[in-house]
Write a protein that binds this ligand. Structure first.
Ligand code: ADP
Length: 414
């Protein structure tokens, strides 16, 4: 089955086509036929496409909305020009899997998109006003293009964290606010945490029940998850993706009282302060230079800039603090797993986070840490009580597999 995977944002559309079915899943023989992205939708859009392992192609085209962007990429993928032997026409795309950010309390697992499910995703717009509307546009664009008969599946960023207990997901605010407005921790990046926990247990040949890990997804957005018995028992992101770790432009945890304080002192509305915490804070806010860890690290190397060092130190310290907290909450873990652009590629940040965690039994193996980048591997010493791993994430693969399993009515275990 050739599954088109879509991740639609406000001005971008990421896509992949993965060929998979139940046998291929079992044998790990899924095949990524192509991947790419449309950026700057709404103007002269930039389209990148990589077919198999061939070099990337780049085009520009005026694409006014997600629908036009999807039409453009599908037309190209199915044309002879693309060189994808498995896809000769639109009929060779057998299903569409969508990344959907918020599934609220209703969606505890991936779901085939019916009118009722689409309504359910719309009902979650209040919870994710910046994300769900774009995901819905992607779903509607695919329906228009392929017709309603082509199966589409929604895979939710929140679903993996549905196993959090009330104790872990409730904020200590008046309970009626939870009842009335569903104000609680939901958590995000669930597909990524779920995927790396699954790969960890595959690498170590463990059952789901034996899987006790802390996963750190460190990309532009960053989050930690405490996974006990293969299930998420706590996570750092909250009602929205703003809570928790320090991120590229997001503050992560702050004292909620500073929102009003900043509003008064800076003459901003509450909404403007929230935007500031989401877009002007984190690594960018402290360093005053960039939200991009690569840029910060090279700046530090060349100029030893104090604020850049501080930004990186606060980033590592916060992540370490969450590891400690989650070890306490989950009664210990067997490993810490690093993923996301920073987690997969930066030995210095991994070392910075693990510094001083010897008390918990975690000792990095310097050589393995330096050498394990963009691939799976253990980076702690053999005798570490708490192991550390690098496992590159692959949310699209999980979306493709869930799509196939949902359509065939197979269980899709988290
Ligand atoms: P997203 O969350 O948007 O998917 P990524 O997972 O690609 O983002 O992560 C982006 C982050 O990863 C950026 O801060 C980038 O600088 C960082 N990153 C990527 N490669 C490296 C590297 N080799 N060293 C340090 N940081 C890196």
């Amino acid at each position: 089955m050739n599954v088109l995977i879509l991740n639609s944002g406000s001005s971008s559309l990421k896509f992949q086509v993965i060929a998979t079915d139940l046998d291929r899943i079992k044998q790990h023989k899924d095949d990524r036929l192509c991947k790419g992205e449309v950026e700057r939708i709404g103007g002269e859009a930039i389209v990148t496409l990589q077919v198999g392992k061939q070099p990337r192609q780049k085009f520009t085209a005026p694409l006014r909305d997600i629908s036009a962007a999807l039409d453009f990429i599908v037309r190209h993928i199915v044309s002879d020009q693309s060189g994808i032997a498995e896809i000769q026409g639109a009929a060779d795309i057998h299903a569409v899997g969508h990344r959907v950010v918020h599934g609220g309390e209703r969606f505890t697992e991936s779901a085939i998109i019916t009118d009722d499910v689409l309504q359910g995703i719309e009902d979650c717009i209040d919870l994710a006003p910046l994300h769900n509307p774009n995901n819905i546009k992607g779903i509607q664009a695919a329906r228009e293009l392929f017709g309603k008969a082509l199966p589409q599946v929604a895979v939710f960023d929140t679903a993996f964290h549905h196993s959090l207990s009330e104790m872990a997901y409730l904020y200590a605010v008046p309970y009626h606010l939870y009842r009335r407005h569903r104000i609680r921790r939901y958590g995000f990046h669930g597909t990524s945490h779920r995927y790396v926990a699954y790969r960890y247990r595959a690498l170590r040949r463990l059952s789901r029940e034996q899987t006790h890990v802390i996963t750190l997804h460190l990309g532009n957005g960053c989050s930690a998850a405490a996974i006990r018995g293969g299930a998420s028992v706590d996570t750092s992101m909250g009602m929205t993706p703003l809570e928790g770790l320090v991120m590229g432009t997001r503050s992560g945890d702050v004292d909620p009282a500073i929102v009003n304080l900043i509003a008064i002192k800076e003459g901003l509305s509450a909404q403007e302060v929230e935007t500031l915490l989401n877009t002007q804070s984190g690594l960018l806010g402290i360093s005053g230079l960039s939200n991009d860890m690569r840029i910060l690290q090279s700046e530090l190397k060349e100029h030893d800039d104090r604020r850049v060092r501080l930004a990186i130190d606060v980033f590592c310290y916060r992540a370490r603090k969450y590891i400690g907290a989650f070890l306490a909450c989950m009664g210990g873990a067997d490993a810490v797993v690093f993923t996301g652009g920073i987690g997969e590629n930066s030995p210095a940040i991994r070392a910075g986070i693990c510094e001083g965690l010897q008390w918990a039994g975690l000792q990095l193996d310097d050589k393995h840490n330096q050498e394990t980048n963009a691939r799976e591997g253990k980076i702690s010493t053999d005798d570490s009580r708490l192991q550390a791993y690098v496992i590159p994430t692959d949310e699209e693969l999980l979306i493709a597999r869930d799509t196939v399993r949902c359509i065939l009515g197979e269980p899709h275990p988290s």
